[in-house]
Design a protein. Sequence first.
Length: 73
Amino acid sequence: MQEDNLKELHERLAERLLERIKDKDVKASDLNVARQFLRDNGIDAVPTENSPLQNLIDEMPFDEKQKNPVKTH
């Protein structure tokens, strides 16, 4: 029973976070909570050519950017 409750809690939290980050008035704190939720659950991403993640990296004001994004075919 407890495992079912934890699963439901996890699912509802994920659903609510998704709703919040899709909101046009999303706050930085909401994005940070979603980022931490992903991190806590071992979710990460590799920037690929022309992906939103690579586009974000390209816009960052840092000298060192990933020079060779993973190319998808």
